[in-house]
Design a binder for this molecule. Structure first.
Ligand code: SAH
Length: 232
């Protein structure tokens, strides 16, 4: 990914996350151009209103089509357009990797009850949900999508090996981690990890991954069984 446009009513929301930690360092290096677009600037309304009542009645407000159409048309590198929405396809690691491979991405942050459907029909390539719960605004979801995708961009992770061994790779969750000290308040580090026997350690870690996935994510575990069956 080279350009990331984020269309939002609240550009300030992103200040702290993009100005701290790994994300800020990565942006400073200039490998990714982040473009925060204030939807309000594209409103014709003298009060810069971007929402209006829903046709057909019902509670809440809807983001009007004009400011969003104009904001989207103004972008030089619009690329693939993602709308954050609880009724979208669920985000997962596979989609994240796919997005990371795209040149330019534009994320639209919805608000109130959501955006006028004509925006979706005209511009949106993917409607993405970050989970089966409702957030107050698409900014939270946009941050999640951005953080997950940026980890896959070259140069973001100082140790790209961590990307291979983590949760969801091979449809398994990750194994438990331990660091010093060996004994902390009577809690002992599993002896195998101190053994120096790499084959045994790998076996122990795989067992832990399988055990945890079966316990907390039966859906993933089913996929893992299918993968294993195919490998046989
Ligand atoms: N009326 C909508 C909820 C709107 S929430 C419904 O019932 O489906 C307001 C905005 O927050 C949405 O437009 C979307 O941009 C964002 N949002 C809320 N929950 C989300 C989720 N789980 N994933 C992605 N975006 C979400």
């Amino acid at each position: 990914m080279k350009t990331l446009n984020i269309l939002t009513l609240f550009p300030d929301f992103f200040r702290s996350p993009f100005e701290t930690g790994l994300l800020s360092k990565f942006l400073q290096r200039g490998d990714l151009l982040l473009n925060l677009v204030d939807i309000r600037e594209f409103s014709d309304d003298s009060f810069k209103r971007c929402d209006d009542y829903p046709y057909g009645g019902g509670s809440g407000m809807v983001l009007k089509p004009e400011p969003l159409f104009k904001a989207l048309d103004s972008l030089d590198n619009r690329g693939t357009v993602i709308l954050t929405s609880p009724s979208g396809e669920p985000l997962n690691q596979e989609k994240v990797k796919g997005f990371a491979g795209l040149e330019d991405i534009t994320i639209i942050c919805g608000h109130y009850e959501g955006v006028d459907q004509r925006v979706v029909d005209e511009y949106v390539d993917f409607e993405i949900s970050v989970g089966d719960y409702v957030l107050s605004g698409g900014e939270f979801a946009a941050l999640i999508i951005t953080d997950a995708v940026v980890r896959y961009l070259p140069g973001f992770m100082s140790n790209p090996g961590s990307l291979v061994e983590e949760s969801f790779e091979g449809s398994l969750l990750e194994y438990p981690h331990y660091t010093r000290p060996e004994n902390f308040r009577e809690h002992q580090v599993p002896p195998v990890l101190l053994s120096g026997n790499h084959a045994e350690i790998a076996k122990w870690r795989l067992n832990k991954r399988v055990e945890k996935t079966r316990r907390v994510r039966p859906d993933l575990y089913k996929q893992y069984e299918i993968i294993k069956e195919k490998q046989r």
